[in-house]
Every structure is written in structure tokens, then in C-alpha cells.
Design a protein around this ligand. Structure first.
Ligand code: ADP
Ligand code: MG
Length: 682
């Protein structure tokens, strides 16, 4: 199968250079990649419902007879609507199609078909819009649905996959050694590939998914283990490590025990004979920035440079100001570099970096531009690491000659999972908040309480505080008409409830200057209420704002909600987070209540893991590893544990994967981890 990854997709009939570009867009430029492009869903025609019993608003299959003639209706130029009635012994449905003459002609009056689509019930009427249908002779079919892109429809991908399948050799070499397959009851690769695309039945589909998920996780585990063993390099930037007391004396507060412990863990790394590769996990507000500052100070005092990369200009500026303040009384040259830095200034900064005049540089992606060079870069730090891809983080590290690498993350991951996902780095956890932090009172309410909440916000503002209001959208679109959009919402607040107050608006489509301008106004309390999208999720620090209102809270993940809540409760004032949701789903309500019950990010992550399975953590690509297509959807942690055990077993028997039985596995790992010898995953 491995060699199919070298065979261009154009080899397939009907794929020319134009279509090749489309396949490339969906990450399938080769035959092998196409076979590994798994369907996003299936149309299961194998178990049709009776119309009366069919669920509402979820995709399902029904078996029905065409019981009327097709009626054609020209709605406007270029838009024709077709209506037809279908029925079984329990009820009938009005079906609508648009512009699909060729397909709809196949629906012959009096004949029976299987229809797949969503049923809508409006009063006593039942309707279906543009269902897919097949003759009943195909009744056992489970059809794959692929994520399509403009110009490349699911059925075209399906046809290509069918062709590609014919190129699979009879005996496909399986990367999972046979004894492992037997031990964990996994089916072989050929069976899995066939059945993930064209399942013979639901059981076979299940087995195929299980096996392919296992394979992804096994590859991940093995790749990470090998990376970890190659990650460690001889330390070229050994520090003295005696500067911490001096650093502490520069602060206006004392460090928490957790901060001191984590700083020590990092200092010990940088003093040792190996390069540091460490992840710091610390809940929002736990004080990661000051830890970063301490380490920068150490490296600078030992004569080297440090670089800190953050995902937004707002955050870069905030860190820069914080560093400036701490280091105001000592001789440390700190510089800010972002996309808005003037060209002339950038030129100067480049020179000063290259000649070693700058000790600490704080910036955005600009730091990894090709034309940036350092003279003696000893430490690179990536803050809010999940916002960066692995190659961006690696690029920052490649600006030096194997510098120490630190990444910081505020997205807590349950310990069990972190050990697995971050198998290639050491982990430090800041599990303590700076003193004086109050619990943020958190409430879940429905929208009928909105006006009462506005009153409450007014009261807080009148006491001098500020508020955030977060909405899921920037502007309304047709498909999301029931969600609240920031632009119109801000407008409404300005002209209604909050006429006498300053309401600001910030969202991701604004450019960096606009965002900075709004943020600085908010920081100066020239804006009382900031209506925003999740752009404020990352790191923003305005201690005077004490209330966070989240509209359509059910649209956000638990960790995201927790991050948003972390924007308040950063100063000395009592703070509140209010989530509005009208969701009736029991699962959603349970999830949202979990946020109300605790302020501890790790507990919330544990709860999320229990409720939604590990897929969310793996799928969010925080690790920046090979794409986990199926494992990202996984609901059950057991496969992950099995894969971890299997990986340990394989590597303890054959650490270099040099035995014959592991040859295919080794080739697969090499394909998936092309940078395996360069190290630097974090
Ligand atoms: P995060 O971990 O979310 O990045 P920050 O580094 O932004 O947190 O810190 C949040 C706030 O707490 C900042 O205003 C910072 O100055 C303050 N802070 C950090 N450590 C301490 C401490 N030990 N004592 C008091 N305040 C602290
Ligand atoms: Mg931070």
C-alpha cells in the first residue's frame, strides 16, 4: 500500500490536471492518500424506517412508493422546483427537488424506492427536501459520503475511490504486525480499507473503523516514542541558574509555589547536559507569563538570546509591556516585532537581532519570517501553543542552533491523555492560582433572563467595572439565523439597553490595528462593554472587567468556555460569568452545568473527556502530529490505551523496528513523521 502513496491521482481515469488540483485540495494527491481519505458519514439504506416512525430532522432512510405524478414549477430563471408525493402503508411525504431533472426522471410512478434524507414535520404535514434515492433492489447498501469541495462532489470522490480500490494489491502489506492484530482482535488492512469505504454491513464498518483508529494511534505512539528518544540533544546553551533570586526581586508580587517549582524544573533542564523540551500546562490566569520571563532572564544573564512567539498582536503587546515593566530597572534589551511593525523599524530590529544587541524579542508569526536571524538564540518559547502548527513552532526553534524549547498551553488536558499526546516532551503543570483570586460565579440561564442580566451588568458598570459579551458569529448568515451575531448585537445594545454607555465591537475580521485600537480603549476603560467573538479567548488581560456574558453558550466547547471565563476574575474584584443557552438537549445542559460547578480547568477537561470522549482532544491537533482522521472522532478511551500498550510492546521487542515483522510499520512511521530525525515536535 505504501507505494500507492507515490502514485499520482492523475493515474485514475477521468482525473486530469484540473481535477487533480481539486483532489489535492482535499488532501488526496495520490492514490494511497485517496484510499486513506475516509468518508465523513454514510447513507445507510440497510434499515429503512416506516414513515410514521422515522425520526424528525436527522438523516434517515425510508422505503416508499412514488404515489403521484411529478409536478414541475418554474420558480424563477434558472430555478425549477419538482414536487412528488411518496407513501408507504403508514403515511405519505411531500418531496421537493430543485433543478435535478435528470435524477428525478428516474422516479417512476408506482415504483418503490429507498429514500435517504431529513424528514421535517410541519403541523400534520411531512416533508423531505432533495433526498438521495436508490431502487429497492440495492436495499443492503451503505453508501459513503465524502467531504466534498467546490467542483468535486461526494459521488465523484466515490467513483475515484472505487477505481483506486482496484489498484490495491491482493495481498496488502499490513503495518500492524500479525501478533498485535490477533491480540487486540483487529481486522487486516485490506478488509478495513474496503469496508471503511464500502461496508458490507454495519458490523464490518465498525470493525474497520476500530482497526483504522487503532492504527492511527499506534503510529502516533510509536512516532512519539522515537521522537522522544531522538529529541534530546547536547545542551549548547548551559545556564548558570543562579539568577532566579535576582529575578524575583524585580517582581511586585511573590511567586506561587507552583510557579517556583515549574521555574526550577525548567532551570534544571537548562543547566543539564541536554537541551530542554518542555510543555507548561497552566490554567488561564495561573501566571505562565512570569515563568517565561524568569527563564528569559536566566538565559539572557548567561549571555544568550530568547524569543517568545504568541498568536496575536494584542497578546504580543501585552507581554511586551509586562516584560518592559519587570525589567525596567535592569539592563535587558526587549523588543517587540509584529506584522504592524514599520518597515524601517523592522530593518533595524533585524540588525540588532543579528548582532546580538536585542536580548529578548517578543512577537507574532513575524518572528519566523525567513529574513530573521539571531546571533545566539538560546531559548524559544511558544505561548498558547495550540494556536500554532507544528511546523511554525519548529521554524522558530530552527532560528537557533538547537536552542531550549518551551511551549505553554492554557488548554488543560487530562493527565492520562497528556502523557500520551505529548509523549515526546516533558510536562510541567502550574496547578495553583496566584493568591487573592476569587471564584468566578458562573450561571447558566435561558434567554428569557436576558434583560435581568443587562440590569446586573449596568449595576457593575456603574460601580466602575467593565463587561465582555461574547457571541458565536460576526454577522448573520442564512444557515445560522438562530445564532446571535456580534455586529448587529452591538448595534442593538448601543441603540437600546445601553444607550448611555460606551459599547465596543471586536472580531476576527478586523485588522490588527483596529483590534489594537479597540483593545487599548477597553484597557483605558473608554469602552464599558466589549461585544466580541472568540478573538478575546486568547490571553487578554484587563483586570477591571468583571463580567463575561456568553450568548449561545451551547455553541462552544467546554475548554473554550473555560478560556473565555478566564478573561474575568483577573483583578481584585468579584467576577461573574453568565452563559445563555436555550438548548433543550440533556447532554448540552450537563456539559454547561459542569462549567458552573468548578473553576478548575483540569476538572473541566476530565468532565469533557468523560462526556465527549478523547476524540476532541486528539482531533484539535494541539499536538501538531499526523492528521488523526478517525481517532479525532473517538468516543472511547480504550482503543487509545490498547494502542499505547501495543506500542510499548512492539518497541520493547524491537526498539529500532528493524525486524522483518515491523518493516511495513517502520515505512509507515517514516511516511507519517518525515521530520523524525530532526526532532522538535514541540
Ligand atoms: P496565564 O497563565 O493565563 O498566561 P498570566 O501570566 O497572564 O496568566 O497571569 C495572569 C495575571 O496574574 C497577570 O496579571 C499576572 O501579572 C498575575 N500574576 C502572575 N503570577 C502572580 C503571582 N504569583 N502573584 C500575583 N499575581 C500574579
Ligand atoms: Mg497567557
Amino acid at each position: 500500500m505504501a507505494s500507492l502513496f507515490e502514485q499520482d491521482i492523475q493515474f485514475l481515469k477521468g482525473v486530469g490536471s484540473k481535477r487533480r488540483a481539486l483532489f489535492e485540495k482535499i488532501s488526496a494527491p495520490t492514490i494511497g492518500a485517496l484510499l486513506r481519505l475516509y468518508p465523513r458519514a454514510y447513507e445507510d439504506f440497510s434499515n429503512p424506517y416506516h414513515i410514521l416512525e422515522a425520526p424528525t430532522d436527522v438523516p434517515c432512510c425510508i422505503k416508499a412508493i412514488v404515489s403521484s405524478k411529478i409536478i414541475e414549477n418554474k420558480i424563477r430563471k434558472g430555478l425549477i422546483m419538482y414536487k412528488v408525493r411518496i407513501s408507504d402503508q403508514t403515511a405519505c411525504i411531500n418531496v421537493t427537488f430543485f433543478n435535478n431533472k435528470y435524477t428525478i426522471q428516474k422516479l417512476k410512478y408506482g415504483e418503490e424506492f429507498l429514500f435517504f434524507g431529513k424528514i421535517k414535520r410541519i403541523n400534520s404535514k411531512i416533508e423531505m427536501n432533495s433526498p438521495h434515492f436508490i431502487p429497492i433492489s440495492h436495499s443492503k447498501t451503505i453508501r459513503p459520503i465524502y467531504s466534498q469541495t467546490y467542483g468535486l462532489a461526494s459521488h465523484q470522490i466515490e467513483n475515484a475511490v472505487k477505481q483506486a480500490m482496484l489498484l490495491l494489491p491482493k495481498e496488502v502489506k499490513d503495518p500492524i504486525p500479525e501478533y498485535i492484530r490477533r491480540k487486540y482482535s483487529l481486522c487486516d488492512l485490506r478488509f478495513s480499507i474496503e469496508n471503511i469505504h464500502f461496508p458490507i454491513n454495519n458490523y464490518a464498518l465498525q470493525k474497520a473503523k476500530e482497526r483504522l483508529t487503532f492504527e492511527e494511534l499506534l503510529n502516533l505512539q510509536i512516532g512519539l516514542s522515537i521522537l522522544k528518544s531522538t529529541n534530546y540533544k547536547q545542551n549548547k546553551f548551559t545556564i548558570k541558574g543562579e539568577e532566579i533570586d535576582e529575578f524575583v526581586s524585580l517582581l511586585s508580587f511573590s511567586l506561587t509555589n507552583a510557579q517556583s517549582r515549574v521555574i526550577k524544573e525548567c532551570i534544571d533542564d537548562m543547566k543539564s547536559n541536554k537541551t530542554m523540551h518542555r510543555l507548561i500546562q497552566g490554567d488561564v490566569g495561573s501566571g505562565k507569563t512570569v515563568v517565561a520571563a524568569a527563564l528569559c532572564y536566566s538565559i539572557v544573564k548567561s549571555g544568550f538570546q530568547a524569543a517568545i512567539m504568541v498568536p496575536t498582536e494584542i497578546l504580543a503587546e501585552q507581554h511586551y509591556n509586562f516584560f518592559k515593566k519587570i525589567f525596567s530597572s535592569v539592563d535587558v534589551n526587549i523588543t517587540l516585532l509584529t506584522g504592524s511593525t514599520l518597515k524601517s523599524k523592522k530593518r533595524l530590529i533585524k540588525d540588532m537581532l543579528e548582532t546580538g544587541v536585542i536580548d529578548i524579542i517578543i512577537g507574532t508569526h513575524s518572528l519566523i519570517s525567513d529574513d530573521i536571524y539571531f546571533s545566539k538564540l538560546g531559548l524559544v518559547i511558544t505561548d498558547e501553543q495550540h494556536r500554532f502548527g507544528v511546523s511554525q513552532r519548529a521554524k522558530l526553534a530552527s532560528k537557533g542552533d538547537e536552542p531550549h524549547v518551551l511551549v505553554m498551553s492554557a488548554t488543560p488536558i487530562p493527565r492520562t491523555l497528556a502523557m500520551i499526546i505529548y509523549g515526546d516532551v516533558d510536562i510541567s503543570i502550574i496547578d495553583e492560582m496566584p493568591p487573592g483570586r476569587q471564584k468566578i460565579d458562573t450561571y447558566l440561564v435561558d434567554s428569557s433572563k436576558r434583560v435581568r442580566i443587562y440590569k446586573f451588568i449596568k449595576k457593575l458598570i456603574d460601580e466602575g467595572r467593565q463587561a465582555y459579551i461574547v457571541c458565536p458569529l460576526i454577522e448573520k448568515t442564512e444557515t445560522s439565523s438562530n445564532l446571535i451575531a456580534a455586529e448587529s448585537y452591538a448595534q442593538e445594545l448601543k441603540s437600546n439597553y445601553f444607550k448611555e454607555y460606551n459599547v465596543g465591537l471586536m472580531h476576527g475580521k478586523m485588522n490588527a490595528n483596529e483590534k489594537n485600537y479597540i483593545m487599548s480603549k477597553f484597557l483605558l476603560n473608554n469602552i464599558n462593554i466589549l461585544v466580541s467573538t472568540t478573538v478575546i479567548e486568547v490571553g487578554v488581560d484587563v483586570p477591571n472587567s468583571t463580567v463575561m456574558l456568553i450568548e449561545n453558550a451551547d455553541q462552544f466547547g467546554l475548554s473554550q468556555l473555560h478560556q473565555l471565563r478566564g478573561r474575568v476574575g483577573r483583578g481584585k474584584y468579584k467576577s461573574y460569568c453568565i452563559m445563555i443557552s436555550d438548548s433543550k438537549s440533556q447532554e448540552t445542559v450537563t456539559r454547561l452545568r459542569a462549567i458552573c460547578q468548578t473553576n478548575d480547568g483540569l476538572k473541566i477537561a476530565d468532565e469533557d473527556l468523560k462526556l465527549r470522549g478523547p476524540g476532541d482532544f486528539l482531533g484539535s491537533r494541539q499536538h501538531g502530529l499526523p492528521d488523526l482522521k478517525l481517532a479525532g472522532l473517538m468516543k472511547n478511551i480504550n482503543i487509545l490505551k490498547d494502542a499505547k500498550n501495543a506500542s510499548d510492546e512492539i518497541l520493547s521487542n524491537d526498539p529500532e523496528l528493524s525486524k522483518e515483522e515491523n518493516k511495513t510499520l517502520k515505512a509507515e512511521i517514516k511516511r507519517l513523521f518525515p521530520n523524525i530525525n530532526r526532532g522538535y515536535i514541540c
